[in-house]
Design a protein around this ligand. Structure first.
Ligand code: TXA
Ligand code: MG
Length: 341
């Protein structure tokens, strides 16, 4: 692929008539890819109905062709146009959580190309809440397929600078709308009678179940996969969101012991923790001890620790309770590579 000049433009007023939004929309209509912020992470968008444009997403990310993309639309009405059927549970969940960080997997219509769905007969649909994402969707007048704007298996980007570091020379435009602060959307399969979480996220199982009432969320886990294997039930690549620096996760007291042992050997250890004891240490990022705080800060922290020059990243394992599911899912993937210490 010819190297591109990647331009970063900062949003001024974020309305549909903003020059930057109009530039993004024009590129998207012309079949190009554009990175922009959502309320979860930065996405790399392209016209969901244009195969050639979608191919550019896969090329820029180095993403396996059978890992399907989420299609972003403005509202339920636009989502329904891309779904071959729309069960009542989809209405319940969409009314409760859209716009917001929830992706619903539904049977697709034939207007959604195979390249978007990885050949699946289903499509992931999401109505984002971020004003910049919404302005771009409105100005482009298209459904926009958008995976996270990182190289495949790297840490998801929460800042325009993270996108640039990964995709410079590979995409024409990054829209800088400031830092985003969440992990990726919860993905729920509603294409079968028993809805199932395919990827935990900001909308927890308890929040979903509260809305579903008598319909029980399936407790069958999406199958875990071996490193390097491609997902047949997508969404579950084990090595994903991973720092380049070797990363381990341990209960806090074991993490303390390992940190001391490695530092004694002269190794530079970066630490992610909720313990304030180490707050003034330049090698430590402290996140408040709540699932919400870790969800908001975990990717920014992983980027900072990965860029710190440390030899090893040591993470204090958070609690194992259900509201921590999304954070624990991302951390276990960040630590899925074997590490020699
Ligand atoms: O918050 C988010 O969801 C972000 C922002 C940019 O919207 N997007 C995102 O996209 O995380 P991506 O491509 O990094 O992750 C999409 C996830 C993958 O795990 C994929 O396998 C799953 O959604 N997915 C998409 N379509 C699917 C389908 N038809 N069936 C099953 N899983 C699907
Ligand atoms: Mg991703």
């Amino acid at each position: 692929m010819q190297p591109l000049k990647t331009v970063v433009l900062t949003i001024i007023n974020c309305g549909v008539d903003d020059d930057v939004v109009q530039k993004a929309a024009a590129l998207l209509r012309a079949g190009e890819v554009v990175a922009f912020p959502t309320e979860t992470v930065y996405g790399l968008g392209a016209n969901a109905l244009d195969e050639g444009a979608i191919t550019k997403i896969f090329e820029a990310k180095g993403r396996p062709a059978n890992n399907p993309l989420i299609v972003h639309v403005l509202d339920i009405c636009a989502a329904r146009k891309l779904a071959a059927s729309w069960p009542d549970i989809a209405t319940l969940l969409a009314d409760a959580f859209w716009p917001g960080p929830l992706t619903l997997v539904l049977p697709r219509t034939s207007s959604v190309p195979d390249v978007v769905t990885g050949g699946n007969q289903t499509v992931g649909l999401r109505v984002p809440a971020h004003p910049v994402a919404r302005a771009i969707l409105t100005a482009a007048g298209l459904p926009i397929a958008a995976p996270s704007a990182n190289r495949s298996n790297a840490i998801s980007p929460t800042r325009a600078a993270h996108v640039l570091a990964d995709l410079d020379g590979l995409i024409p435009l990054i829209i800088d709308g400031g830092a985003t602060n969440n992990v990726e959307s919860t993905v729920v399969d509603v294409s079968t009678p028993s809805p199932r979480i395919l990827r935990p996220g900001p909308i927890t199982a308890a929040m979903l179940q509260a809305v579903l009432g008598a319909v029980r969320l399936s407790d069958v886990q999406a199958p875990a996969l071996e490193a390097g294997e491609c997902p047949s039930a997508p969404g579950q690549l084990p090595v994903h969101y991973a720092p380049v620096t070797p990363t381990v996760i341990l209960p806090a007291h074991d993490a303390d012991a390992l940190t001391i042992r490695l530092r004694d050997k002269g190794r530079l250890v970066a630490r992610l923790t909720s313990s304030n004891v180490r707050a003034d240490d330049q090698w430590t990022v402290v996140l408040q001890p709540s699932a919400k705080a870790w969800q908001a800060g975990v990717y920014d922290a992983l980027h900072a620790l990965d860029d710190s020059g440390a030899d090893v990243i040591v993470i204090d394992a958070p609690p194992n309770s259900p509201e921590w599911a999304a954070v624990n899912d991302r951390l276990s993937r960040a630590c899925a590579r074997a590490v020699e210490l």
